[in-house]
Write a protein that binds this ligand. Sequence first.
Ligand code: AHR
Length: 328
Amino acid sequence: MSAVKRRTWATWSAAILGLGMLAGCASGGGGQAAGDGQLTLGFSQVGAESGWRTANTQSIQEAAAAAGVDLKFSDAQQKQENQIKAIRSFIQQRVDVIAFSPVVESGWDTVLKEAKTANIPVILTDRAVDSADTTLYKTFLGSDFVAEGRKSGDWLVKEFGAATGPVRIVELQGTTGSAPANDRKAGFAEVIGKDPKFQVVASQTGEFTRSKGKEVMEAFLKSQGKIDVLYAHNDDMALGAIEAIEGAGLKPGTDIKIVSVDGVRDALQALADGKINFVVECNPLLGTQLMDLAKKVAAGEPVPPRVETEETVFDQQAAKAALPQRKY
Ligand code: AHR
């Protein structure tokens, strides 16, 4: 579990950001665009692996344009070394603030120390790092992934409350070593672990992509006996798995119950159609909050150490109601 999650600080909601700061907030660093000049933000994105990621990138690009921020955007294509290169390039360019969504949790201390030495504040967005030294970044903006895993488990426990026999679950994990994969697995295991009838019979990475979700589900269907439930760490893998289940002549949502995380349009449509049973939301629309935080840290203003986005859950009825307005 990352240091940012271990903190005992209260979690401030997005709303608090606009209302001034509470005592005990982490202090911002001295950015160079604190005066009248345009703020330059270097942002290293994970890649383009999912519908969630596409919506997140769009949100950040649109919010930067709306806030008059000069955004230097870099796509790491799922590689930590590309993110480290991008961060070093931002340092060389003397951007005012660096933000990034770390592909994995570990291995960031050296490059984060370089940013700190250069006096360039860093914001973690979406995913956390496990650095013990929490002074290496100013704040984290994103979701509580452990809570998302717990919500998925809570639904399952309720759904199978009356079942007596073993409930055989297969799990499609996100990118190995990433915060959402680690935390969604842990939160889910914590909840279902209270009743031995829930058995995770197979668990493997589907890399947060539709194609890999399909491929791994096909293998699960061949290697496992009866499968009662699929828990997918994101919607794209669930959507790929649906193709595999249908290909095997089974009915997704009926023969195999499906719970997934994100809440992208295609998954809400599948939920409305009865092919997914429950979706836990993970909000990708972080752009506006990121620009607010970047301006604050550049100006040396205090910011909360952790800013969590508000999220909901969807059953079939809620999905049908949400679909007409869903933006992504
Ligand atoms: O870090 C957030 C996760 O990354 C989303 O759940 C997933 O879809 C994405 O690729």
